[in-house]
Design a protein around this ligand. Structure first.
Ligand code: FMN
Ligand code: SF4
Ligand code: SF4
Length: 263
């Protein structure tokens, strides 16, 4: 089955999960970063959307990409979500956005990943080093097994209804967390001039074009959404905040997560 997987991934967890899911489902998949121009999705048998969780919901980039899609009437679609323990409304929001474009949701895969939110990384969550646990691996295997069976049934001509993706009652009741609150938690960013190599990676990685190089990076805090991508991806660990300096960085998948899903 020829599949397009449209993904957003700040630090690589979601990209890795999407590749893993594609392999396990034997999809002939092409991956598209939602920050690039959208491909012609009508050419694919299946369109998947892969997203991390950002304050219990999908990141703005994912929302904007899906909102701008043309109608793709009746095309099978799959939702893949990574999260650090609380996927919240992300799976249901993505399923709703896809359905609103005429896509038919055939499944939803939710993957527990190490948390890349620096205050949590700095606090040290020993469990994240063990992600995925044996139970989480077994759960993912079960999700993929059921999904594969549905896909095979559909391929053999059986009528397979759309998958229902709803948030649990507790997640649906949690309040929306505003950007100003998440930005307040981060506070203004600074650059350690002694560490910065002026490589420009932070400016290239910022999804909101909030960083200019002069030649050291300067931050337009009005444009910044507090996503932490620059902090996480700086190769020199030169970016710091009032609360976090030289600690809390999540540069990308390592350890057990990479070992289990990267192979
Ligand atoms: C700003 C921010 C907010 C986050 N909010 C949540 C959240 O509400 N629930 C959760 O389980 N994980 C949350 N995370 C963790 C990420 O969803 C998780 O680590 C994800 O796998 C990162 O994917 P990526 O490497 O593809 O960007 C958050 C991370 C960041 C940086
Ligand atoms: S990514 Fe880090 S080292 Fe590179 S320019 Fe930005 S702050 Fe400097
Ligand atoms: S400047 Fe703000 S929006 Fe841009 S990458 Fe850094 S934290 Fe994210």
């Amino acid at each position: 089955m020829k599949a397009a997987i449209c993904y957003y991934s700040a630090t690589g967890n979601t990209r890795l999960a999407a590749q893993f899911v594609a392999k396990r489902l034997s999809l002939d998949a092409e991956l598209f970063d939602v920050r690039d121009a959208a491909p012609d999705l009508s050419k694919y048998d299946l369109v998947a959307f892969a997203s991390p969780t950002d304050w219990l919901e999908e990141p703005q980039q994912m929302r904007a990409f899906m909102g701008a899609l043309p109608r793709l009437e009746g095309k099978p679609s799959l939702v893949i979500v990574t999260h650090g323990g609380m996927p919240g409304r992300t799976p249901a929001n993505l399923a709703k956005a896809a359905t609103s474009k005429g896509l038919k949701i055939i499944g939803c895969v939710v993957v527990r990943a190490p948390d890349n939110y620096p205050p949590i990384v700095a606090a040290g969550r020993p469990k994240d080093l063990l992600v995925p646990t044996d139970e989480e691996l077994a759960d993912l295997g079960k999700q993929l097994g059921e999904l594969k069976a549905r896909m095979e049934a559909a391929a053999s001509g059986k009528e397979v209804g759309p998958a229902i993706v709803k948030p649990s009652l507790i997640f649906s009741m949690l309040p929306h967390i505003s950007r100003s609150r998440s930005k307040k938690q981060q506070g203004p960013k600074s650059v350690d001039e002694k560490l910065c190599t002026k490589c420009g990676k932070c400016a290239r990685s910022c999804p909101y074009s909030a960083i200019a190089l002069n030649p050291l990076p300067t931050f337009d805090e009005a444009k910044c959404w507090g996503c932490w991508a620059c902090f996480n991806l700086c190769p020199a660990k030169a970016i710091y905040t009032r609360k976090l300096r030289g600690k809390g960085q999540y540069p990308g998948p390592t350890g057990r997560y990479k070992e289990k899903y990267g192979a």
